[in-house]
Every structure is written in C-alpha cells, then in structure tokens.
Design a protein around this ligand. Structure first.
Ligand code: NOJ
Length: 547
C-alpha cells in the first residue's frame, strides 16, 4: 500500500461479507471464499474501500462460525487457505482491503485445547486455559454463579469426569459449544499473538474483534442480575455486568496494537464492543488501543430527528476526544435489517429477532423508504461507515421463515421464544430468474430466500436510476469526490421539527425524518435524493445538495 493511503481507515467504507450467505461457488448451498472472489468486482464497482469477512475458520458451525475450532485454517465449507490467498490477492488488485474476524472470547468446544482440557485433571494447565469452577450446592449440582448466556439459559455447563462422575462446570457467555477462554493465562495471550500474525502475514489488513468488551471477567465471578431491558450483548445504561467492559481488557488491546503496528500498510483493529455510553466505548479506541469501534449507539437510535442529531453529536465528540474517527453502522448479521427495523411498531431488543408472531411487524414500503433515507444520511457523515451485505439492495429482514429452517442458537436456547438472527442472514439474491436467485449454481440455500426478493436481485437494480443499489453507488462516489468523510459537520439550525440539516464540506444534507414533516426544497443542485423530490422534500427522505 502506498504512503498516501496512511490512515485509510479514518474515512473508509467497509463492506461486511457474511461468507455463508454471500455467494456459493461449490453448490452446497453455503457461500464460500471462491464465491466471494468471483463477486469482488461488484464490490469494487459499488465503491467500497474494504471488505470485512465474518468467520470462515474451521468450526462445527454451532454459532455460524463464531465457534472456532482452529483459528488458523479455513473450514472446508468455505474452501482452503489457498482460496483465501487468491481472494486477498484479487481484493488487493482491485484496491480493496481485507479485514478478517477474530474471535478471542471463546473457542469451539471442538478446539483441541478444550478437548485436552476435558481429558485433563481439574487444576491442570490444560484446564487453566478456560474458566472451570466447582458448582455450588449439594454435590456441586448448581452452577458456580447466576450468569446467563447471551443466547438464553445458564452461562455454565457441567462436565463429566473421565470416570463418569459429574465434574466442575465451565463458563460460556454464548452457546454451550463456546467455552470462554481464561485471559489471565499467558498461553492464551501468546496463542492469539500467533493467530494475529498468521493472518497479517497472509496479507490481512486488519481484524474485526469479536466481543471486544468481554474476555476479562470480574475477579470472584460475582452474581449479577441484568436489567430487564438489557440487550443481549450488554449495551445498556445501568450496572455493568461483571463480564463486560472490565478494565483488564485494555491491556490486551494495547498488546494487540503493538502486534499490528509491527506490520506496514496501516493494519487495523475494529472493536465489537457493546458498551454505553459512547464516552466509555471511546476507551477502546484510545491512541494505543484499537483504531475503530462499531457505533452501536447509532445503530440503535430510533428514526427520530432529535435522537439522531444527539447521537451524531455525541459520537463525533466522544470518538474525537480520543483522536479516533467516528464510525457509523445501521445493519449487521446480529440485528434486524434496517429496512425492517426502522419501521417496527414495537420494541425489539437486539438479538431477539422478528418473525410471524412478533407484534409490531413493519410496513415494508415504509421500511424501505426509511432505510434509503437513513443510509443516505449515514453515508454523508464524517468518519468511517460500515455496510452489511444486502443493504445496498434494500433487503428487508426475512420474517416468514418457517420455524424448521431456523438455525440460530438463540432460537433453540430460548425454545423459540426469541426468533434470533436468522432473518438477517439469508443468502443474497444476485439474479432474479436463476436458481436460488443466483446465490448458488445448484439452487440450494442454507436458509430459504423469500420470493419477494426476486425483484430486489442485484442484476435487476444494476444501472436502474431509481434503484437502491444505484443510490448507494452514487452516495459512495459523491462521498469520495466531495471528501465528505474527512470534512467537518456543522448543523443548520432553524429547520422545522423532524428535519435535520447540516453542512459537510461543500454539501448540504437534509433528512426529513418525522412523520408528517416536510421541507421546501432549499436552493441548490440536488446531488442525491433517497426518494423523488419536487419543490418539497417529503417525510422519510434524505437529500444532498450542492449549495
Ligand atoms: C458477536 C458476533 O457478531 C455474533 O454473531 C456471535 O454470535 C457472538 N459475538 C459470539 O461470538
């Protein structure tokens, strides 16, 4: 990479690829690395700067790959290391950086270390890599504390001793199949240095760090009862859970920063840290820690003008205070897609998901309209933005998925009470009239694709002026051309309720957010509009103007 690219991440648009659902070259119904390589030209044409891939490592796939059995190899489902190299080379040739996911809070229970731990005696070095504790109560029958798994049910599972008797318990903040590592153990620290170097040596430009607010637990592992309205990843005001955002995690990120800084090309660390408020999250991106943190406060903000203005100000101030860029994100593989979420009429905590029984289902027309307006607003904001695969097509959540098709551990661990995240993970539609909408040559798809997605297929939107894909392409082109991502934002005051307006560089952005609100179209050349405008900008519409 050239010198001119230094600090590329401050302004980058990073496209999240969920490999299972992006493009399937092998025909088994699950996306793979060769499928990604074949479609990279489309992403370069879209105008993004980097791709981030959710895990493609060896895994029993109990949590769609976030249960890693070997951190330095590719699961045969997704291909081989050679496929990774080929994909990376092609991405780099197209000017796209490649960010991989790293999952340090836990491994799969099939990881060789956990298997060794189960076979070893209590108190052994093999067990010390994970968090084993004796149970409470008669014969240790009860879990060591009252912590619940993010996916529902207890965060502890009891082991069986080699002689068949009941043994100690192990901690898993997520599924039973995802035992938590003990980050006070030097072997764990050293092993992850190795994993980082392995991917950096292969050309990765950085890491999205899974559960970056976890890893270190409060000494003594005290009981904790979360707020009822806590989202599943801990992002809520109020008492901090003894397993989230402990001070000790920061030493780990400083260590990791030193490792990535050994490499040229400005490689990055991006934190998945569900921490509130933003001023606290900003600790993750202090100058000697990570480069970026996902702005979940922004993602979780309702479609309300005052709330959006407040979170934009808070983000720029909080990240700016530590010299980091703000990031912006509206969708990912853990949340209801924003083309549905922004039109929900009832609360839906992160991770719960929506399905046919949910009371408060979105009007799809309103949802898409708001999603386009929200995306056009986001892509005008200074800093770095994340796009989740399919949002550039305006894909909604898949709501009517049959129960039998669901695969998220959340669905199973709550016995169907929470739908979980399958609805945002459905394989992409590429061509309307091909099997599996062009996702897979065999017509297989690991989750069913809604029929209504045919008309949203990428091919149908390509080159169509009014399409969501064209709007994204134009927004990214203008964002780059106008230098919006490195410009300063200043608000335009005195606008009607429900209307946001700001200057960013030479561009004026107006977002009419409130129901019933509208704004006479200000003077200037319309550069981008998320919906048709006449002499008025109607509700749920964002417009970029050159003044
Ligand atoms: C966050 C990931 O984004 C999510 O998909 C996963 O289930 C958990 N971390 C556990 O790794």
């Amino acid at each position: 990479m050239t010198h001119a690219d230094a600090q590329w991440w401050r302004t980058a648009v990073i496209y999240q690829i969920y490999p299972r659902s992006f493009a399937d070259a092998s025909g088994d119904g699950i996306g793979d690395l060769r499928g990604i390589t074949a479609k990279l030209d489309d992403l370069a044409a879209l105008g993004v700067d980097a791709i981030w891939l959710s895990p493609f490592y060896v895994s029993p796939q109990k949590d769609a790959g976030y249960d890693v059995a070997d951190f330095t190899d590719v699961d045969p489902l997704f291909g081989t290391l050679a496929d990774f190299d080929e994909m990376t080379a092609r991405a780099h040739a197209l000017g796209l950086r490649v960010i991989v996911d790293i999952v340090p809070n836990h491994s799969s229970d099939q990881h060789v270390w956990f298997q060794q731990a189960l076979e070893a005696a209590p108190g052994s070095p093999e067990r010390a890599r994970y968090v084993f504790r004796d149970g409470k109560g008669v014969d240790g029958n009860e879990p060591p504390n009252n912590w619940n798994s993010v996916f529902g049910g207890p965060a502890w599972t009891r082991t069986t001793n080699p002689d068949g008797s009941a043994g100690p318990w192990y901690l898993h903040l997520f599924d039973t199949s995802q035992p938590d590592f003990n980050w006070e153990n030097d072997e764990v620290l050293e092993e992850f240095d190795r994993v980082l170097r392995f991917w950096l040596d292969r050309g990765a430009d950085g890491f999205r760090v899974d559960v970056a607010h976890g890893l270190v637990k409060q000494p003594g592992l005290p009981d904790f009862s979360p707020d009822d309205d806590a989202n599943s990843m801990g992002g809520v005001e109020g008492p901090m859970a003894p397993y989230w955002a402990q001070e000790g995690v920061h030493a780990i990120w400083r260590r990791w920063r030193a490792v990535v800084d050994e490499y040229d090309g400005d490689r990055i660390l991006a934190a998945e840290a569900w921490v509130v408020p933003l001023s606290r999250m900003a600790k993750w991106v202090r100058p000697d820690e990570m480069h970026q943190a996902f702005n979940f406060a922004y993602l979780e903000t309702h479609w309300q003008a005052a709330d959006l203005r407040a979170v934009i100000d808070e983000s720029i101030a909080a990240f700016g205070a530590v010299g980091a860029p703000s990031t912006w994100v509206l969708s990912n593989h853990d949340v209801v897609r924003h083309a549905s979420r922004l039109a929900l009429t009832a609360e839906n905590p992160q991770g719960h998901g929506i399905g046919p029984r949910f009371e408060g289902l979105p009007d799809p027309v309103v949802g898409l309209r708001r999603a386009r307006a929200a995306s056009a607003l986001m892509l005008a904001l200074p800093g770095s933005a994340y796009i989740y695969q399919g949002e550039e097509l305006g894909l909604p959540e898949s709501i009517d998925m049959p129960d039998e098709a669901r695969q998220d551990p959340t669905w199973f661990r709550t016995e169907g009470e929470r739908y979980g995240r399958d609805g945002c993970r459905v394989p992409l539609p590429w061509t309307a009239d091909a099997p599996a909408y062009g996702f897979s040559p065999s017509g297989e798809a690991w989750l069913p694709q809604p029929e209504a997605w045919a008309e949203l297929a990428r091919e149908n939107q390509q080159g169509v002026g009014s399409s969501t894909l064209t709007m994204y392409q134009e927004a990214l082109r203008l964002r780059r051309e106008q230098g919006l991502a490195s410009a300063e934002l200043t608000w335009i005051d005195g606008l009607p309720n429900g209307v946001l307006g700001f200057h960013v560089g030479d561009v004026e952005v107006y977002a009419v957010v409130g129901e019933g609100a509208s704004l006479p179209l200000p003077v200037g050349q319309v550069l981008l509009a998320s919906a048709p405008v006449t002499d008025t900008i109607p509700a749920d519409t964002t417009v970029w103007l050159r003044s």
